[in-house]
Design a protein around this ligand. Structure first.
Ligand SMILES: NC(=O)c1ccc[n+]([C@@H]2O[C@H](COP(=O)([O-])OP(=O)(O)OC[C@H]3O[C@@H](n4cnc5c(N)ncnc54)[C@H](O)[C@@H]3O)[C@@H](O)[C@H]2O)c1
Length: 409
């Protein structure tokens, strides 16, 4: 009998993971409490776009993957539910995870393993998951085990990275770690490192804090260089000639579900110790406001009188994806509410539904209405349309457009 894997949460992480496992011949059921999502998947419709996902979906369907709203009586559970942070305490909000674990425990059989894939702050499993599992084991003699297998994949390259990234698996014993390793090894060609649960929890948030700090360094240089009258992009190019220096590219802020969220867990749990991590978060969160300042400066310089003649290109948090979570453009629009002027126009080729005020769905309509174009996201589309925006004043926060009237951060 093949083991049944029940993937809980069919979002950006759970869905590709479930499809990947099924495509490799594992027996998989994907479960989500969002009825519409489940219905779409049951009826042949993917719920988001991603390179290679359609092919994976077809293969998984051929191999018998099923989708349900009900938790299954399975051997392995993989929980990929949201783990946001509390904006005040900065700590992880474990409510989705707790609910998922409670539902799993109602269904699961003896000796099953619950793998938490969600990103969690160090100690989350000991504080929230283990007490529930221990109680169930004691009351119903079930011997359920826990593992943590944090996910590193990035939107835009999810399928490729699922196969090629290295992974970390945390478990309470080498036997359980090995049982889970075998499942991931069915598709993962990277190294799979086995460790304890807390180290696995810590590794994921530390990796994202590292990325955040490095981005913050580039963003801090933008502000220093502006003050000093130095071109930050040229400066970074020169500095990166040093054999041991690799400064990242600055930008309008950090969005997405990982880098802009996970470092906060360490700030919330280790106040007074996570100092660089905290400073980096503040610098990156200040960038949308900095872009607003640059917009005002350029409007004055180029005699653009109304913010209604300004257009933000891009709503997503990175190029060529449809994920808008925590995006710098949304942060900027939120900040704008505190300023008197409104009416700024917005367009993103990847966002088809109406999400914000004054949003356009046609590039030409959008361009017609504006004099100052602010490139917030470097989608391929805007690079390809460089000819069509030649007559505009451009604030290019991503350094992807060239031209005489192009200004940078
Ligand atoms: N998106 C990324 O790029 C990324 C990368 C690495 C890690 N992660 C982590 O993976 C986890 C999941 O993120 P995501 O981006 O897939 O989130 P998501 O919001 O795209 O998907 C989560 C899904 O879980 C479902 N859900 C929530 N609670 C449930 C429950 N109790 N039972 C059943 N379904 C439930 C929701 O309906 C939703 O479909 C998070 O911890 C996140 O930090 C995300």
């Amino acid at each position: 009998m093949r083991e049944l894997i029940n993937v809980i949460g069919l979002g950006y992480i759970g869905l590709p993971t479930a499809l990947m496992m099924a495509s490799k011949g594992l027996q998989v059921t994907g479960t989500d409490y969002d009825a519409k999502k489940v219905q779409n998947l049951q009826h042949g419709h993917l719920t988001f776009e991603e390179d290679g996902l359609q092919e994976l979906y077809q293969k998984a369907l051929e191999n018998g993957i099923t989708f349900t709203e009900e938790y299954q009586e399975a051997d392995i559970y993989i929980a990929a539910v949201p783990t946001p942070f509390d904006k005040t305490s900065k700590k992880v909000i474990a409510d989705y995870l707790i609910r998922a674990i409670e539902n799993i425990l109602e269904k699961c059989k003896k000796d099953s393993v619950i793998v938490v894939e969600s990103t969690i702050s160090p100690g989350t499993i000991d504080n929230y998951v283990r007490p529930l599992v221990d109680r169930e084991n004691k009351e119903h003699n079930k011997a359920i085990q826990i593992s943590h297998a944090p996910e590193r994949i990035i939107p835009g390259k999810m399928v490729e990275e699922l196969i090629h990234n290295n992974r970390t698996i945390g478990a309470d014993s080498p036997e359980i770690a090995e049982r889970i390793r075998k499942i991931y090894a069915s598709f993962c060609q990277g190294d799979i490192v086995l460790t304890d649960i807390k180290t696995a929890e810590m590794s994921k948030v530390v990796e994202n804090a590292y990325r955040d700090i490095n981005i913050a360094y580039a963003n801090e240089l933008v502000k220093i260089c502006k003050e000093a009258g130095v071109d930050v992009y040229e400066l970074i190019q020169i500095a990166n000639k040093h054999p041991r220096v690799n400064i990242l590219t600055p930008g309008p802020g950090v969005g997405g579900h990982c880098i802009s969220v996970d470092p906060w867990f360490l700030v919330g749990d280790y106040p007074g110790l996570a100092n660089i991590i905290y400073a980096a978060r503040k610098i990156n969160d200040s960038m949308p406001e900095y872009v607003l300042k640059r917009i005002s400066e350029l409007m004055e310089q180029e005699k653009i009188e109304s913010v209604k003649r300004v257009g933000l290109y891009g709503l997503t948090y990175k190029e060529n994806v449809d994920d808008v979570r925590e995006s710098p453009t949304l942060q900027l629009l939120e900040n704008m509410k505190h300023h008197l002027a409104t009416g700024i126009k917005v367009y993103d080729p990847y966002i088809r539904e109406d999400m914000v005020e004054n949003q356009y769905h046609d590039f030409h309509e959008f361009i017609k209405e504006i004099d100052l174009l602010v490139v917030m996201v470097g989608h391929d589309e805007i690079k390809e349309k460089a000819d069509e925006i030649k007559d505009k004043v451009i604030l290019d926060t991503r350094n992807v457009i060239t031209g005489s009237r192009v200004f940078r951060l």
